[in-house]
Ligand binder design. Sequence first.
Ligand code: AMP
Ligand code: MN
Ligand code: MN
Ligand code: MN
Length: 283
Amino acid sequence: MNSGPHFDLHMHSSASDGALPPAEVMQRAAAAGVELIALTDHDTLDGLDEARAAAESQGMRFVNGVELTADWRGRVIHLVGLNFDAQAPAFEAYMHNLMQLRDERARVIAQKLEKRGLGSNLYELAREQAGETQIGRPHFAKALMLLGKVGSMQEAFDAYLGQGTVGDVKATWPSYSEATELITEAGGMVVLAHPTKYKFTFTKIRELMADLLEAGAIGLEVSFPGVTPGHQHELIKLAQQRQCYVSAGSDFHSPDQRWTSLGRYPAFKAERLITERLLAASA
Ligand code: AMP
Ligand code: MN
Ligand code: MN
Ligand code: MN
């Protein structure tokens, strides 16, 4: 394993599609032994203040985070932004646009599911699950569970929401370069989230990384739930070749997810851990 603090730089709260409020996520992470932490909700900064206060009161070092949905050559990717100034003026318009995009997309998802006879007022029901935060497919999965149409989140994604199904509605997400610029201009760092989760070949992942690094990103996640030892080896090799930084995180959403928990991801050893940069930046 790597030396340095026990870190977890990818997780979600109820500010996006996670189950627990930001403060509770932080309390549980501290109890799990995490020392350096970022909250990275999808397309929102709303949970950061609450999370920071809770993390610091538990003695953890907290860095601002976000997981931005972005377009790369017509495909959807996720970029993790870390250690930016959340007060930077550009965030307001950017997040407002994402809120509108997600809301419009949710209305289309609802229509499509309703046409399939899966219920009525599905937008309203999913919106209740999301509250005032960024709405996404997991909120529809919960709605379908509440209606008894599916038995689990996984079943909802497999049948109605996952890639290639009726509820997999496209949106015009901001480009990877806009997302990267937003974070870097706010003083932060960008890494590619879970590179093997996009069903890309490794050739494509290398092309994607070339474009991202060119746009100002500094690295990629090499450890996250579900990554195989073989894939992790390839990702670490890629980081080594490109001399870029490596990150890792649990991608925690809920205590019900049995395949991941706070502070946990497959052990690895690599050079240029992003925590070196984070600790230097906040020293
Ligand atoms: P969205 O942001 O609306 O595109 O929804 C994507 C989110 O759905 C991801 O961040 C995951 O939390 C969740 N998700 C994606 N695929 C699955 C799946 N197969 N099972 C459960 N949750 C999933
Ligand atoms: Mn999610
Ligand atoms: Mn993601
Ligand atoms: Mn995530």
